[in-house]
Ligand binder design. Structure first.
Ligand code: SF4
Length: 428
């Protein structure tokens, strides 16, 4: 029997790609595979690589939500591609639940020496809630839950709709825009699933059709009204230990004695299918056969014996993956840009590669093809926003300003942008 048409499986209109909804882009169809907790087995990675080569362009992307997307899907290959990915166990239990599988956690959860709690069991519970409760399937494909176990390797600058942060007596709760040091309440241990379910149902009850994200509802509704009746205790003051995001690259000891994780990232989050297949082999040879995608468009190989980490780092380097956080390509992020996206005003990825050759030490830059800022939800220290091919406005992070920050220069060529950054690398 032929697999059903991808577009027929999820009737809810959305412009977001999914595994079952391949959306057109300038370079062909775009298929996004949502990975539970960012986890992928070596067998699944090989299946994605093979399907990408057979039915798409062989170009893969790692996303800032630790998902993976296949670019350039051919119209005549869409059904077969979806069938192969589903056969590899990459689809949702219920086709209607594909979009809502957004539970984000540290790629080092369960292994990070600094963690307060292993959030993986709760992540699995919440994922099952999202997949199993059909009313929740109406949430936006971008609506996300973030679980913070207190890990050093954690992305804390990304405003998700709901966040839970581990505490000795349960989980602290926050919503989009709630600062980490001012949570709204404490969910007692054992009440997490029921409280999150009640919160999500209240969101659906109260949000209008235009309020698909938490921040949109809270712009119109007092937070106390949303939380009324939920099983929350007063939030105790609990400072969060700082994050150490440089640990996304290179080798770092795990809490399990004698083991480490090894992190790497492809240039600008994009890699050939053959490279993913090669990384899968390395994960089986050196680690536990798993790849953990990171929210920095990279991946970790966990459970690597400390003694073999140098060999693995060398092998990843030979695949052109970046493993040094000081490398220019570790300090640049770029969206798809005009090569693959109709909204792109410039070839951001190509320009970022050119900028890497002259990026001043220590400077971090985000190149965005338009104001949607797909590659980075938070603010980068510097943002180059494309206004025309090869031309960018330059913004500097400013917490008092929305979006990319304060505009400091306009219509810069790449040479002019590099010169500006060299002159004022920490200008804020
Ligand atoms: S930021 Fe704009 S140009 Fe870049 S991928 Fe998103 S929509 Fe396309």
């Amino acid at each position: 029997m032929n697999p059903p048409s991808p577009s027929a499986l999820v009737p809810r209109p959305s412009a977001c790609p999914g595994l079952l909804r391949i959306v057109p882009a300038r370079d062909g169809g775009l298929c996004r595979v949502k990975l539970p907790g960012g986890r992928l087995t070596a067998v699944q990675a090989r299946a994605i690589a093979a399907a990408s080569q057979r039915w798409a362009s062989g170009v893969l992307e790692l996303t800032n939500r630790a998902n993976l997307q296949l670019r350039g899907v051919r119209p005549d290959g869409a059904n077969a591609l979806v069938a192969e990915l589903q056969a590899a166990g990459l689809g949702p239990a219920d086709p209607a639940a594909d979009d809502v599988r957004n539970v984000l956690l540290s790629p080092a959860a369960g292994r990070d020496p600094q963690q307060r709690r292993d959030v993986r069991p709760l992540a699995a519970e919440l994922l099952a809630l999202l997949e199993g409760d059909r009313r929740l399937h109406g949430l936006s494909p971008k609506f996300a839950l973030h679980l913070d176990g207190g890990e050093a390797l954690a992305r804390l600058d990304h405003a998700h709709d709901v966040w839970l942060s581990a505490h000795a007596e349960g989980y602290l709760l926050g919503l989009a825009g709630t600062p980490l040091d001012a949570p709204l309440g404490l969910i007692p241990t054992g009440r997490e699933r029921a409280t999150v379910a009640a919160l999500l149902h209240r969101f659906i009850d109260l949000a209008s059709a235009e309020q698909s994200r938490m921040r949109q509802l809270l712009a119109q509704l007092p937070v106390a009204e949303l939380l009324a009746g939920l099983d929350l205790l007063p939030a105790p003051a609990t400072p969060r230990s700082p994050a150490a995001t440089a640990r996304r690259l290179g080798s770092h000891p795990q809490r399990q004695a004698g083991l480490c994780w090894v992190g790497a990232q492809p240039a600008l989050g994009r890699l050939p299918a053959m490279t993913l297949a090669a990384v899968a082999e390395l994960a089986e040879h050196h680690g536990n056969g798993e790849l953990h995608l990171t929210p920095w468009q990279g991946l970790l190989l966990p459970d690597v014996p400390v003694g073999t980490a140098p060999d693995l780092l060398a092998a990843l380097g030979a695949l052109d993956l970046v493993t040094d956080p000081a490398a220019p390509l570790a300090r640049l992020i770029a969206c798809t840009g005009s090569q693959g996206c109709a909204k792109g005003q410039a070839d951001t990825k190509g320009d970022a590669l050119r900028l890497a050759e002259r990026l001043p030490a220590g400077v971090e830059v985000h190149l965005s093809g338009c104001p949607r800022s797909c590659a980075l939800a938070g603010q980068a220290p510097h943002t180059l926003l494309a206004v025309a091919p090869g031309r960018y406005d330059l913004f500097v992070r400013d917490a008092t300003q929305p979006g990319p920050g304060r505009r400091r220069a306009t219509q810069l060529s790449l040479d002019e942008a590099a010169a500006w950054l060299a002159r004022s690398p920490s200008d804020a």
